[in-house]
Design a protein around this ligand. Sequence first.
Ligand code: SF4
Length: 177
Amino acid sequence: MNKTRLATVWLDGCSGCHMSFLDIDERLLDLAGKVDLVYSPLVDHKEFPPGVDVTLVEGSVSSEEDFTKIKDIRQKTRILVSLGDCAVTGNVPVMRNPFGTDAVLRRVYVENAAPGSLIPTEVVPALRPRVCPVHEVVPVDVFVPGCPPSADTIFATLTDLLEGRRPELSGQTRFGA
Ligand code: SF4
């Protein structure tokens, strides 16, 4: 039997959703028998591959790099899952929107840094003017709210998807892991 090709990606998030994914604990062994993890911050693949069945996306779209990445991922993914409140609503990262990008960069890299520090112009990905949830950039198939979603919720979502069902999450989402 072919295994499901699973990917996880991390845009503008804190990694908490990935930590909650790992909190599936021994059930990861169950999953390992059913999926090939073809791309993830948890493994060492450098390029997002084509033909991915399910991609879990943590984080919102904040930088030009996030924007380019999620467009590419959408094209290569059959079922795209917004995992956690940052991906679903923008959550914490959208808090920068009312201030504008220039003010935020100045605050971080100049006002709160050693005298003479400058806003970086290379290495750090350029910020987009406005942070947004994933579905404002590409179509999303499944929304899994929570900050982070609990391990049980993530496992239930993946179990449904692997068995060809649309996840039914009412009653399963709650705050905290
Ligand atoms: Fe972190 Fe919460 Fe955002 Fe997940 S939803 S990336 S846990 S802040």
